[in-house]
Design a protein around this ligand. Structure first.
Ligand code: 5GP
Ligand code: MN
Length: 338
């Protein structure tokens, strides 16, 4: 779905625009949202970015961050009003409303035109218009495409470029995942030509680690990483108590699952985290093995073939047992994957 002309018409004159993105927003969620916000403000729109939850400190440098409203129960009244009064709501980097938690019913009921910009598989059809492409590496790539297609490439300044570059860089794993296409590099080249400081952006996002996060990682790698060679599977579990012991903040477990995937011979990795009264699971895989299929079949989840997530209302140890019990179903496929 590529309703670019229709999206152009919707934002053809100044509107009250709201941009929202998925819970625990990552650098693509925030980068695409704030990049789009910067562009729309230049076009004369009144723009507010609302996130369903707070997000990691290493994303707070992005231009426009100071105006972001991270939903909190205390803000229910003003947020409800903002969503109800918007003319247009852009939904970025998620494809089903359950990814925006408390905001979902408010967005669903709003009279605003809803525009989805996303690269996840199988969108729930809640939007009026969509720029949806599951072959795009990042939502930031689609926002860039939209701005270019609307003839506004010259409105991309350094702050907007930095936001978009951040989404592109992180969703491609710093330009190394299989989604790193020629288009990704062409877009990166155009942004770099604007003289953004790529090295500084990388440092701000990845080398800005609190000592608590490193200590938690040390503990996890020492004590909590379990490898099951017979399934080419490795996983990590984290209890609420362990998170508290290491003063873990939103975003501190981001990327941790990749250590499990990096263990030699491993083709599927998972991290199970007990947080906010549910178990959040992140899955990663390599090659043709689809963690999206597994998480949508068993853990109310979805995402991409090699990176997906899901959840469970069982306890942490019950969720772990459930995951272990379904592994035989996938054993053959896992062992075939190299
Ligand atoms: P992460 O593990 O980084 O939270 O998510 C990996 C990928 O899976 C992301 O693209 C994310 O959007 C997707 N994902 C994570 N959790 C869920 C979920 O509960 N439902 C769906 N449909 N996708 C998810
Ligand atoms: Mn993304």
């Amino acid at each position: 779905m590529q309703d670019i002309d229709a999206i152009g018409a919707v934002i053809g004159n100044p509107q009250t625009v709201l941009i929202t993105t998925h819970q625990n927003p990552d650098a693509d969620a925030m980068g695409s949202s704030l990049g789009l916000a910067g562009y729309l403000r230049k076009k004369g729109h009144h723009v507010t970015v609302i996130t369903p939850t707070d997000y990691s400190q290493n994303l707070h440098w992005m231009s426009g961050n100071e105006g972001v409203i991270a939903f909190d129960e205390k803000l229910r009244v003003p947020v409800t009003q903002l969503i109800a009064e918007a003319d247009v709501i852009f939904c970025l980097d998620f494809s089903s409303l359950d990814r925006i938690r408390e905001l979902a019913p408010l967005v669903r009921q709003s009279r605003a035109r809803k525009v989805l910009i996303d690269h996840h598989l199988e969108p729930e059809s809640f939007a009026d218009l969509a720029l949806w492409d599951p072959t795009a590496a990042a939502t930031a790539e689609l926002v860039f495409q939209l701005i270019v297609a609307l003839g506004d490439k010259d409105l991309i300044d350094i702050p907007i470029a930095e936001c978009l570059y951040s989404g592109l860089m992180t969703d491609t794993g710093s330009f190394r995942h299989p989604n790193t296409t020629g288009n990704v590099h062409r877009m990166a080249a155009e942004l770099v030509d604007l003289k953004i400081d790529v090295s500084s952006i990388h440092r701000r996002i990845f080398d800005n680690v609190t000592i608590d996060k490193f200590r938690l990682l040390g503990y996890v790698l020492n004590e909590k990483l379990r490898v099951l060679p017979e399934y080419k599977f490795a996983y990590i579990t984290l209890t609420d108590g362990e998170l508290k012991r290491y003063r873990s903040k939103t975003g501190d477990t981001e990327g941790m699952v990749n250590y499990a995937l990096a263990v030699e011979g491993v083709v599927m990795a998972a991290i199970l985290i007990d947080r906010n009264d549910e178990i959040r699971i992140s899955f990663r895989s390599i090659g043709n093995f689809s963690v999206r299929d597994l998480s949508s079949k068993h853990f109310e989840g979805g995402g991409h073939r090699n990176a997906s997530g899901g959840r469970s209302k069982l306890s942490l140890s019950e969720t772990e047992q459930k995951l272990l019990s379904i592994l035989p179903e996938y054993q053959q496929l896992l062992l075939e994957t190299v």
